[in-house]
Design a protein around this ligand. Structure first.
Ligand code: SF4
Length: 531
């Protein structure tokens, strides 16, 4: 048992639903109790789809458990095939149905239906949503390609030249309820078009079972979201000799590297006529003098593995931030995130407990949090600016406007979205100089449309409450006392670094054996840490 209030990922059958709903001509029969249809709302409200997901639930009730639930499954499979006439059928269970063990996949295969049927084994008590999506895509691709003749095996990396055509690639991984997949696909498709590379199949988003059978015709697979598509890419490489890209094109540098890697895999020369540098405004925006104040901003990053790895690199190498904390809830990506964290000389946090993440945020006292919807809530409580970079997300992260994260335009979107929550340079400077203004008060961010008084005593104290709480905890370990003068010296520190200064001063005081902290102790601590 694990006490859980918020969860970063849903159960694995939600991942399977994401694959079915992203595709055309696929139907999913889900053996599940009455009430599990709540998952439809993820697609109709968060993704704002105009159609119901292609899912038939058996919706068994308590009274059905006394009868034959296997018959119920068979009846629903017949009905679904009759009514929706899918090209392929997925059959699986939700958590509760897993306990009854009706084996719906095997039941479906025994019905003599004339269409490909993929039975899904998704262990709901040990795996989660992204794993469920990856496994479903993998089983579906395997199931649909098992009869494809071996002559489709790609011979060499320049087969496309020998056949006198442009190179073509598959884009694998984009799905509904993925982070900005809709626009990432458009952006990558546009960039590849400019490099003379065609798209063979995009899957699962928008693909039909017939499209899946065309996957082996590509020269390279582009693995856009490893959490969803890596296992499928590995299988396609093993069975059809199609290599796949490992670089995720999020950020300017990563997009350059991605293009290099792809051209190398295709045996295609990278065209120098396209001035790739100028295609994103991020490099110039972050070089321009107005971005000077961004240098060294302390940032905490949390989310799925792919987006965290990309964000940490952009934060450090493209925006000049200091990464003071990073972690992921994607256990499958833990190794990669751990080794990336080492480069930032920090230890990665691998957890799916949002309270642990919140504690880590408090500990590292960042000036900006890049995270999921959960971190947005935590950061709000802590009074720290935040931008969302990964799922889980809410409806505001499926915007109407074009908002990719990948490619050149994705970097533009990232620059705006990450910098916006921070206080604008001039305001930051002015608040540091004049802290008695009645409108632009301590902690106020006028560009976010706050009214003056954000720092009315109550709010400031509630904003600093967690930091205060933490200090109190430390205080109680070794009775540290802040004098009035010490507190007023601390109040001169701009609010966004105040938490950090308080902690450092207390660490210094404890090391120096002081029990009282006055203005002088604070200045000594400052000098000590500046060494
Ligand atoms: S079966 Fe699983 S998804 Fe459905 S309500 Fe129970 S725990 Fe939630």
């Amino acid at each position: 048992m694990e006490l859980t209030l918020w969860t970063y990922e849903g159960p694995p059958h939600i991942g399977a639903m994401r694959i079915a709903s992203s595709m055309k001509g696929v139907h999913y029969v889900l053996h599940a109790p009455q009430g599990d249809t709540y998952a439809d709302l993820l697609f109709t409200m968060i993704e704002r789809r105009g159609t119901r997901p292609p899912v038939t639930y058996t919706t068994f009730q308590a009274r059905d458990l006394g009868g034959d639930t296997a018959e119920l499954v068979k009846g629903h499979i017949h009905e679904a095939v009759e009514r929706f006439k899918p090209e392929a059928l997925l059959v699986g269970e939700s958590c509760t149905a897993e306990l009854i063990q009706d084996q719906p996949g095997s039941l479906a295969k025994g019905l003599g239906l004339d269409l490909p049927i993929v039975g899904l084994e998704l262990p709901a008590y040990s795996k989660k949503e992204n794993w469920g999506a990856a496994e479903t895509l993998y089983q579906l691709v395997r199931g649909l390609l098992k009869d494809i003749p071996q002559e489709t095996l790609k011979q060499s990396k320049t087969s496309w030249k020998d056949e006198g055509r442009r190179p073509r690639v598959n884009l694998l991984g984009p799905s509904l309820l993925g982070f900005r997949c809709r626009d990432d696909v458009l952006e990558i498709q546009k960039i590849l078009g400019e490099h003379g590379i065609d798209i063979n199949v995009i899957a699962p988003l928008g693909a039909s079972p017939a499209d899946i059978t065309r996957l082996p015709k590509a020269d390279v697979n582009i693995c856009l979201y490893p959490e969803i598509a890596e296992s499928t890419c590995i299988w396609l490489e093993r069975n059809f000799n199609i290599p796949f890209t490992k670089t995720i094109p999020i950020g300017v540098k990563a997009t350059h590297e991605f293009l290099d890697e792809l051209h190398e895999l295709l045996g295609l020369e990278l065209s120098s006529s396209i001035n790739q540098n100028n295609q994103s405004k991020l490099p110039w925006y972050s070089k321009s003098v107005d971005s000077n104040y961004l240098t060294g901003k302390r940032v905490f990053i949390f989310g799925d593995g792919t987006h965290v790895l990309a964000a940490a690199r952009i934060a450090k190498e493209e925006l000049g931030f200091e990464v003071v904390g990073m972690g992921t809830y994607s256990r499958e990506m833990a190794r990669k995130v751990r080794s990336a964290a080492k480069e930032h000389e920090i230890e990665a946090l691998i957890t799916n407990d949002y309270l642990e993440v919140e504690e880590a945020i408090k500990e590292s006292a960042p000036e900006l949090v890049l995270g999921t919807q959960m971190e947005r809530h935590s950061a709000k409580r802590l009074g720290i600016p935040c931008a969302v970079i990964s799922t889980p997300m809410h409806v505001q992260d499926v915007p109407a406007r074009y908002s990719p994260q990948m490619g050149w335009e994705g970097a533009n979107v990232i620059f705006d979205d990450w910098v916006h929550p921070l206080m604008m340079g001039l305001e930051e400077h002015l608040i540091g100089m004049f802290r008695h203004d009645f409108e632009f008060t301590d902690g106020h961010q006028s560009h976010l449309g706050h009214l003056g008084g954000h720092s009315s005593t109550n709010e400031v104290s509630s904003q600093n409450a967690p930091i205060q709480e933490l200090s109190n905890k430390i205080d109680s370990q070794k009775a540290l006392h802040w004098t009035k003068e010490g507190e007023s010296e601390l109040a001169k520190i701009p609010f966004f670094v105040r938490g950090k200064v308080r902690r450092n001063t207390e660490i210094y005081a404890r090391e120096a054996g002081c029990t009282e902290i006055n203005g002088e102790t604070l200045l000594d601590a400052k000098a000590h840490f500046a060494k």
